[in-house]
Structures are given as structure tokens and as C-alpha cells.
Design a protein around this ligand. Structure first.
Ligand code: ADP
Ligand code: GLC
Length: 475
């Protein structure tokens, strides 16, 4: 087996705020059949240290950005982990990024610089005879690792995967010294971004290879509309960037063996889960499709548009169950919508088991994102026969076969796509959804297609293995 080290701020099932965690948690098992042993370096948040239990320290650093740190080696959640135990950085109540009041931790730049720093040390020194050939870095939290590696004079191959280019990991310029960054890198060709330090840009410029989580997002990233100010850097590295679609863990997400749901193998078997979902959300009667949304409530996800377009669904007997959390104003707006319509049910919070029940019970899953690097909930929807209704962007464009006339004639449609990102276009898609749902034969065919669509990791794991190999060869 060849050795690689994944470096990330989240990893399911231990710590999760979004899809990044699912992907980081799934990659090791996906890559093993490709001949790669992928260990994962994570920050030692409270729940990660607790899940790890007693574990030996394999590397220590007396002064890790304001206190001592050590790397613990062990297993938890079915994963082979290296955990950065540094209580001054990670032993706190809150999420990986926010305090209990919902504000960014002021020392986030140092917290994740420390992660990148230790990744670079492991890559160049190894731990107890184990040394990765390649670092697989995820998002800005790991972006500084190639800078630290080259500052050490070490050439270890690295792959940076962009899960979301909206988050740059910015720090004020006067933190340069505290972040132990080489001042000569603070230029527009390096990690400087409009007078700030950008951890993401550092990785984009210096990693051996780049990837993102869908082919369409890889193309979108090179445009001003999606590149979030980094489109120039992306274009300069176009030859080193590939889009590799996310898969899902088809063992954890298996409708026939999911402990959170009443197991089912075909669309017909969804009926009991549907009834249970309607009861759980207290939805009133209606003949139309039962739609679900499981999402972070942030501007990215377009759920403000859905709020306005929802009458197109509910006026036709459709119903909507939403599970999400995030933006307070959006949370309140959705709670208010649920108060005013008995065809809308809302749960604010993060609830993994409920998410499973929703995909199992829903006829359709709605994903009206303004941008979506890949998106996982449409994949869960496909697997569980909840037909995806998605915006035509990013990975949503790459994973759903839209029910246009050609796809319907060929009998291959798996969902609906809409564009542009307007209330009108979304409302039209919801109207179309109601029409398709009313045609029982057609609807059952679409559900069956959806459930058969391959959503596992096999093809993408092979693509990652090739990417690792090309990074090693290029270094
Ligand atoms: P993103 O990473 O941008 O949030 P993805 O669709 O890639 O979007 O992944 C979101 C992941 O988080 C999915 O696994 C989804 O089921 C899960 N998720 C999002 N919000 C919630 C929630 N409130 N409760 C449970 N799971 C959630
Ligand atoms: C990000 C993106 C999402 C993607 C996930 C995992 O959070 O917003 O589209 O599926 O990362 O790659």
C-alpha cells in the first residue's frame, strides 16, 4: 500500500458541519481498494479527543502557536487517525469555527495554521516509520501546508481539494510573523490577497495539484461569477486542476439497511416512511409531492428564493419539510412560513438521524443553490428515491439527469433542473414537479431511475488515485 495523509477540519462521523466531513470520512475506505492507505490528520476538538480515547503521542511540538501540541495516533469512527492535541487551540465549547455566540474564533488563523504546520512536519519527518508520499489537503484550513513544506526546503507532493472557494481563510497582514510565514511569500503571486494573508490562495498557488468536487464547478471556478476573486489564480493553474465528483458512503446511506428508517428496496417501499415523515412534521393533507430540504441555512443555498416560490408547491397540494440551521434571519423566516401554512414543516437544528428519515420519506429533495461545488443531499435523494429538483450549477448539474423531453422520451430522467436562479424559474420547476408527480407511471419510472443511479465512490476514488500518482510524479 502507498501512504497518503488527509488533512481537514472536519471528518464524519466525529465532527461535521457539512459535506466536507462526509467526504473526508469516506475517502480512506474508498481509496484502499486503489492501493492507497489514507490516514487523516484532524484538530483535537473535544469530541475527537473523547472518541479517540487513550492514544500514544507520536510527535510533539513544545511551542505550537501559543502552547504545546502533540500528535496522537489511533482509531475512532472506523478511521485511522492522527489527532493534533493542542488544548489551547481546540479544547473549547462551540463548533470547529464558531464560539457559542456564533462568532468566528478570533484565533482561527492560528488554529488551522497549526494543523497545516503539523501536516508539513509529518510529511517531511514521518512518524514512527510512517511517512506519506502525498498530502491531501482540504479547503483553506489545510492551505498553508505547502508553504511550510517549502519553507523547510522539503518537496513532498500535495493535492489541494477545493470544497468551497467562498471561504478564503483570511488573516490580517500583521499576523505574518505569528503564523510563521515567510515574508517573501506575501505578494500577489504568493499568498497575499488584497492586503491580507489568504490560506486558501497559499494552497492554490503552491500545492502540486488541485482538484475540486465536480467537473462543472472546476469550469465555473475560472469565471468571475464563481471564482470569488480567485478566478485569476485558478486560470493560472488550469492545467493542474481537475474536477472529481463526490460520492456518498453507500453503506451508511443504504435504504435497504438504514437503521434510522423503515428499510426499503424500491420506490413502493417508501410509503411507510412517507407517512411517518408527514406525521413527524405535522403536515396537513395534500395530494402533491412531499418535498424535503436538509441544508445549512446560508446565502449559498438559495433557500430565501424557495421561501418565496413555495406557494407554487403548496397551492397545488404539495408539502415541504425543512431541516436546517445557520443564518438567524432565515431560520426565523422559515419558522414563520411554517406557522402560516400547514403544508410547511420546519425543524431548526442539526439532526443526522432525522436527515435520513427525510430522504427516506420524501418524494423529492429541493436544492436551489446559487452555487454548489458538488452537493450531497441530491445524491442522498437519488439513493433513497427522493427525486432531486436542483439548480443547474456545479455538481448539481453533473449528478442529475433533467426531465427534459429527450430524457423523458429515452426514459432516463432522474430529476429536475432549473435556471436561472430566480423565484420565477424555481416556481416553474415546482409546478413541473407537481405535474410529473401526478403522472404515476412516469413518476415511478423517475424514482426507479434515481435509485439506480450510481452514487458511490468507485469511479471518483480511481480518479483521486491517479491524481495522487500524478502529484508524486510531478514533485
Ligand atoms: P454543504 O457542505 O455545502 O453544507 P453538502 O450538500 O455537500 O452541502 O453537504 C451537506 C451535508 O450536511 C449533508 O450530509 C447533509 O445531509 C448534512 N446536513 C446539512 N444540514 C443538516 C442538518 N440541519 N441536519 C443534519 N444534517 C445536515
Ligand atoms: C462544500 C460544498 C458542497 C460539497 C461539500 C463536500 O461544503 O458547499 O457543495 O458537496 O463541500 O465536497
Amino acid at each position: 500500500m502507498r501512504a497518503a495523509l488527509g488533512v481537514a477540519s472536519e471528518c464524519a462521523p466525529l465532527v461535521k458541519t457539512g459535506g466536507l466531513a462526509d467526504v473526508v470520512g469516506a475517502l480512506p475506505a474508498a481509496l484502499a481498494p486503489e492501493g492507497w492507505q489514507l490516514r487523516t490528520l484532524l484538530p483535537g476538538y473535544r469530541q475527537v479527543i473523547a472518541a479517540l480515547g487513550p492514544a500514544p503521542a507520536v510527535l510533539a511540538q513544545a511551542d505550537l502557536f501559543g502552547g504545546p501540541g502533540r500528535v496522537l495516533a489511533g482509531r475512532a469512527g472506523g478511521l485511522d487517525l492522527l489527532v493534533l492535541d493542542a488544548p489551547h487551540l481546540y479544547d473549547r465549547a462551540g463548533t470547529p469555527y464558531l464560539d457559542l455566540a456564533g462568532h468566528d474564533w478570533p484565533d482561527n488563523p492560528e488554529r488551522f495554521a497549526a494543523l497545516a504546520w503539523m501536516a508539513a512536519r509529518i510529511a517531511s519527518e514521518g512518524t514512527e516509520g510512517w511517512k506519506p508520499e502525498v498530502l491531501h489537503l482540504h479547503d483553506w484550513q489545510a492551505g498553508l501546508a505547502p508553504v511550510y513544506l517549502s519553507a523547510r526546503g522539503d518537496a513532498v507532493a500535495s493535492v489541494l481539494t477545493i470544497h468551497n472557494i467562498a471561504f478564503h481563510g483570511l488573516a490580517p497582514a500583521d499576523r505574518l510573523w505569528r503564523l510563521r510565514l515567510p515574508p517573501e511569500g506575501f505578494t500577489p503571486d504568493g499568498f497575499e490577497y488584497y492586503g491580507h494573508i489568504s490560506a486558501l490562495k497559499a494552497g492554490l498557488v503552491q500545492a502540486t495539484r488541485l482538484s475540486t468536487v465536480s467537473p462543472t464547478y472546476a469550469r465555473e471556478l475560472a469565471t468571475p461569477a464563481f471564482g470569488m476573486g480567485l478566478e485569476g489564480v485558478i486560470r493560472s493553474r488550469a492545467g493542474d486542476l481537475v474536477g472529481i465528483l463526490n460520492g456518498i458512503d453507500t453503506t451508511l446511506w443504504d435504504p435497504a439497511a438504514d437503521p434510522h428508517v423503515l428499510p426499503f428496496r424500491s420506490a413502493a417501499g417508501k410509503a411507510l416512511n412517507r407517512a411517518r415523515l408527514i406525521a413527524e412534521f405535522g403536515l396537513g393533507p395534500g395530494e402533491g409531492p412531499v418535498c424535503v430540504v436538509v441544508s445549512r441555512l446560508s446565502d449559498q443555498k438559495g433557500l430565501d428564493l424557495l421561501l418565496q416560490a413555495a406557494p407554487a408547491l403548496t397551492d397545488r397540494g404539495g408539502r415541504l419539510a425543512l431541516l436546517g440551521s445557520g443564518d438567524r434571519a432565515l431560520e426565523n423566516a422559515w419558522l414563520k412560513a411554517a406557522d402560516t401554512s400547514d403544508r410547511i414543516g420546519v425543524r431548526i437544528g442539526f439532526d443526522e438521524a432525522l436527515a435520513h428519515r427525510m430522504f427516506a420519506g420524501g418524494d423529492a429533495v429541493l436544492v436551489p443553490s446559487r452555487f454548489e461545488p458538488c452537493g450531497l443531499t441530491q445524491l442522498y435523494g437519488l439513493r433513497y428515491g427522493a427525486v432531486p429538483v436542483v439548480a443547474l450549477t456545479g455538481g448539481l448539474a453533473d449528478t442529475v439527469i433533467a426531465a427534459n423531453d429527450a430524457a423523458l422520451a429515452a426514459g432516463v430522467a432522474t430529476g429536475l433542473q432549473f435556471w436561472p436562479l430566480t423565484v420565477e424559474a424555481l416556481a416553474a420547476a415546482l409546478l413541473r414537479l407537481c405535474e410529473l408527480h401526478a403522472d404515476r407511471g412516469l413518476w415511478t419510472r423517475m424514482q426507479r431511475n434515481a435509485m439506480r443511479h450510481p452514487v458511490g465512490w468507485a469511479a471518483s476514488a480511481a480518479a483521486y488515485a491517479r491524481l495522487y500518482e500524478s502529484a508524486v510524479a510531478a514533485q
